[in-house]
Design a protein. Structure first.
Length: 368
């Protein structure tokens, strides 16, 4: 367990990039204005085919990796040291990122649409924190999950890696699918409570931000990450064995929902979407365990850069799309071009701040 899992570092970087990719994709849909994103002048629905492929599992993967990382950290640090570290790495960037970069993103979008309400800081800042920091919302959730679980790590973690009932389950063919049960049950809960405005649990599976559904599901995945990582090699070997099965099941579920247009029959059943999400997440873990569990200079660079890049990317995206949105070129050309410019500018900001020790902690960077 003390051996570093380079695949988890790689998957964390991939997951963060997928969030940036997804956010830009939203600017090319009719939904952009509803979520305070700058909208391209030629929005459409075609990109939803790709966005829906990512939609069910991109955020749960982040919560799972956060749980895995917490458990791996517990192999090398005391609970008190982990608590201090999480407050620094999550708490400080959440406050700073929300105050500066989320607010700047909302301000640029308000200028684009002409929303004078957001021109005043007295309106803008409360709005940002009302929505948990806009794009920083999941950082707050992970911090809360960490604060809840750190006191109980000795109880829920199999630190000596003894054989447990979970280890035995993982070693059996298809045993990993038993861990889909809590995820599917949460999908059933959403089936029962969606569109009930007296409870306001959530309406759609893929809407995770600032919903009770997103919080509960995120905590489930966070705990799954801790528990499975505590099983040691049984977990990692299970990922290697089963990734092709996860690929087949996840793809079949997605293709069915695509075939019916995502809007009829079982395509609206959150239990199916939950199972699809489960399979794509463990597909990613399996591919990571097989192909990415090795160190490289590129991984060392991206695993450090990806968090500050994510923090700054949203106002960069709004700034880029503020001008790009007016250019009359096909979205197939504009999207990759905009994505390149956003990543380039965000990385430029990262390089500008990475060697300034006083501000490194504001971006989640350690001063070791």
């Amino acid at each position: 367990m003390k051996q570093r899992r380079y695949d988890i570092d790689a998957l964390r970087s991939i997951a963060m990039f997928l969030l940036i990719f997804y956010h830009l994709g939203q600017s090319f849909t009719y939904n952009a204005r509803n979520i305070l994103f700058v909208q391209d002048k030629r929005p459409g629905d075609d990109i939803w085919i790709l966005l829906n492929l990512l939609n069910s599992w991109r955020i749960p993967l982040v919560f799972l990796i956060a749980g895995i990382a917490l458990r791996l950290s517990f192999s090398k640090r005391t609970q008190f040291k982990i608590l201090k570290e999480r407050l620094k790495v999550l708490g400080i960037p959440w406050v700073f990122g929300s105050l500066v970069f989320a607010s700047l993103s909302a301000y640029i979008t308000a200028k684009f649409y002409g929303y004078p309400f957001f021109y005043e800081l007295s309106n803008l800042i409360p709005f940002v924190f009302e929505y948990n920091g806009l794009h920083m919302w999941f950082v707050l959730y992970i911090l809360i999950f960490s604060l809840i679980t750190i006191p109980f790590l000795k109880v829920i973690s199999n630190k000596k890696e003894k054989e447990t009932i979970f280890t035995k389950i993982l070693n059996k063919p298809g045993g990993i699918f038993l861990f889909a049960i809590p995820v599917i049950l949460e999908g059933q809960l959403l089936n029962e409570l969606r569109f009930d405005f007296s409870i306001d649990y959530g309406d759609f599976y893929q809407v995770f931000a600032n919903t009770s559904h997103g919080f509960v599901l995120g905590f489930i995945w966070f705990l799954i990450g801790i528990v499975l990582t505590s099983q040691g090699d049984a977990f990692w070997e299970s990922n290697k064995r089963n990734w092709k099965i996860h690929l087949a099941l996840g793809s079949l579920s997605y293709l069915y929902r695509l075939f019916v247009g995502f809007e009829s029959g079982l395509a609206l059943d959150n239990r199916l979407i939950a199972f699809e999400s489960f399979n794509f997440i463990f597909l990613m873990l399996g591919l990571g365990a097989v192909f990415l569990n090795k160190d490289s200079p590129q991984l060392t660079y991206y695993k450090t850069a990806v968090y500050p890049v994510y923090i700054v990317h949203l106002p960069v995206q709004m700034f880029v799309m503020f001008y790009f949105s007016r250019i009359n070129i096909h979205p197939i050309i504009k999207f990759p071009l905009a994505l390149f410019v956003i990543c380039f500018l965000s990385l430029t900001i990262y390089h500008a701040i990475k060697n300034i020790k006083p501000i490194r902690p504001l971006f989640g960077l350690r001063n070791n």
